[in-house]
Design a protein around this ligand. Structure first.
Ligand code: SAH
Ligand code: SF4
Ligand code: F3S
Length: 526
């Protein structure tokens, strides 16, 4: 069968869902048994809803349910015995953590993990949609997988994560990459066992992408990467709708886990010997806003978590708008709450911030920084910045540079604006030439490097506490780890301190890392 024939033969099949509320683009029932092109057209005309700001904003009223009854279906329990899986992860920490959940589900089915594509019986691409180049990488990888499928038709190839939530992506895979066996979204990861069953025993491509915002599924198994640091999701989704951003559409509405479920998870990690947890959310300090009948926010949650016997607690990513006094007051108590705050600013111009719908001005951001610095004088601040937003003038870009200096950010993730289909900004004229955007990015990066190097210099001669993660990537004789304020430190030391917190005296400061010497023996820090 040639590719064209295969494409025509390929059908989308709905995977029957036990959840009656799962509607929208997951509902392909009526469309079974049709030819692929017809099917694709119908699918998108009748059941798929592309990102729609007005509709998405109404979603907050929908009720979220928390499920505690997850288990792998009996007939899938041993299906992976003697088989291997590989998951490639793109994007942010939420995706990294989703990969840990999928690894948990696959392990529960008997699969083992592998790094070798040739050995794998299942390959999943957990994708990111945040910028165009993130998507291009994934399509490149999909292309690379094709010969693998030809060599080994039994291998199951799946695409999941944020790109799967986009109409254009699903459409492109259906039309151009019919050798993919399954596509599923961010709201139905827990259905991986059922989807896999369909992909294994059916002949059609399995597509299940829910536009339903997603409930919260507790008790999902996880295979965490490493035994020192752990991610803990405290909330899902984002309701901020910054005008450039795809996340509110790919991750759905904000929904918080219950405090007791989070606290129990952190306690459990502490008991297992983890040294650091990072509380995760796309908009992590909006935590609790959706918990009805509870006046409970991130500050309250952190106030409880700080009492747990785990040496380090971080959180990411917070939005300046939701950074309230209660949170600052609790963070200032210190202890295991580390004084590194990642606080994306995006631009230094109030006008650009207004059209980005960030809901704060330059002045308000600076006021917040002042408040944080007053309460936590040693706090390290880092940020995210976008350059080349539609209509950004030279003067407005200069304001970003001056804000960078005024706040004294010690590092920043910097990006060229990338239009995302379905977002409001993508409909505006992208009128800054690419050359200019690149020039701005270069100038900004130069400043970021300078400020990072200066911040590193301060550490020379100081003794810092380092959570040792393992051997350095460049030299196996050197160990590497992070300080409380998230600075990478390389030093010589015995392998026995991997996973421990040790004191290191800083000898040399580079732009992005520090070199040091271990001070006598490891010290356990509470
Ligand atoms: N929820 C976090 C992080 C979102 S994604 C926050 O609000 O800060 C991480 C970063 O990607 C953002 O902070 C932003 O700087 C960048 N980003 C998001 N959408 C983008 C786009 N369309 N083009 C370029 N950068 C983008
Ligand atoms: Fe995107 Fe962050 Fe804005 Fe949410 S708060 S829309 S995730 S940039
Ligand atoms: Fe990317 Fe989705 Fe995270 S778009 S940045 S993987 S939430």
């Amino acid at each position: 069968m040639n590719e064209q024939q295969r494409k025509e033969m390929s059908q989308i099949k709905e995977v029957s869902s036990s959840d009656k509320k799962s509607s929208g683009n997951g509902n392909l029932n009526r469309l079974k048994q049709m030819g692929s092109d017809d099917l694709i057209n119908k699918y998108f005309q009748t059941t798929y809803e592309p990102p729609n700001l007005k509709k998405a904003k109404k979603r907050r009223r929908e009720e979220v349910q928390i499920h505690y009854d997850y288990s792998v279906p009996e007939d899938m329990e041993n299906v992976g015995k003697g088989k291997k899986f590989l998951i490639r992860t793109y994007g942010c920490q939420m995706n990294e953590h989703d990969t840990e959940v999928m690894a948990g589900l696959l392990t529960d089915m008997g699969y083992e993990s592998t790094d070798d594509t040739k050995e794998a019986d299942i390959i999943l691409l957990n994708t990111c949609a945040i910028r165009e180049n993130a998507e291009n990488k994934v399509f490149g990888e999909i292309g690379h997988l094709k010969p693998l499928k030809t060599e080994n038709p039994g291998v199951i190839l799946g695409v999941c994560g944020c790109m799967s939530q986009e109409e254009s992506v699903v459409n492109r895979i259906l039309k151009k990459h019919p050798f993919i066996d399954m596509i599923f979204g961010t709201h139905n990861i827990h259905r991986l066992p059922q989807l896999l069953k369909e992909a294994m025993f059916g002949k059609e491509m399995v597509v299940e992408v829910w536009s339903k915002e997603g409930d919260i599924i507790e008790n999902l198994p996880k295979v965490r990467k490493g035994s020192t640091k752990a991610w803990v999701n405290i909330m899902y989704g984002c309701d901020k709708f910054c005008t450039y951003c795809i996340v509110p559409y790919t991750r759905g509405k904000e929904r918080s886990r219950l405090p007791q479920d989070i606290i129990q998870e952190v306690r459990h990690l502490a008991a297992q010997g983890y040294k650091e947890v990072t509380l995760l959310g796309q908009n992590v300090n909006a935590y609790g806003k959706d918990l009805k009948d509870m006046q409970y926010g991130l500050g309250d949650l952190m106030d409880e978590i700080r009492k747990i016997d785990i040496p380090r607690v971080r959180f990411t990513t917070s939005h300046p708008r939701d950074f309230d006094d209660r949170l600052i007051e609790v963070l200032a108590k210190g202890g295991n709450l580390l004084d590194h705050i990642h606080l994306p600013v995006q631009s230094g111009s109030s006008e650009v911030l207004r059209v980005m719908a960030r809901r704060y001005t330059r002045e308000e951001y600076l006021k917040l920084v002042k408040k944080i610095r007053t309460a936590m004088p040693n706090a390290t601040l880092t940020t995210d910045i976008i350059v080349g937003f539609p209509n950004e003038t030279d003067e407005q870009f200069e304001e970003t540079l001056s804000l960078m200096e005024e706040v004294g950010f010690e590092s920043a993730y910097t990006f060229i604006y990338s239009p995302r289909e379905g977002t409001p900004a993508a409909r505006w004229e992208d009128n800054i030439p690419m050359e200019k955007k690149k020039e701005r990015l270069q100038r900004l990066n130069k400043l970021v490097n300078k400020q990072s190097a200066e911040a590193m210099q301060e550490y020379k001669g100081q003794t810092v506490k380092v959570l040792v993660e393992g051997e350095s990537k460049k030299n196996p004789d050197i160990l590497a780890g992070y300080t409380e304020r998230n600075k990478l430190v390389n030093f010589a030391g015995p392998k026995s301190v991997i996973g421990e917190i040790v004191e290191v005296k800083i000898i040399e400061a580079k732009t992005w890392s520090l070199d040091g010497e271990m001070v006598e023996k490891a010290v356990e820090v509470k």
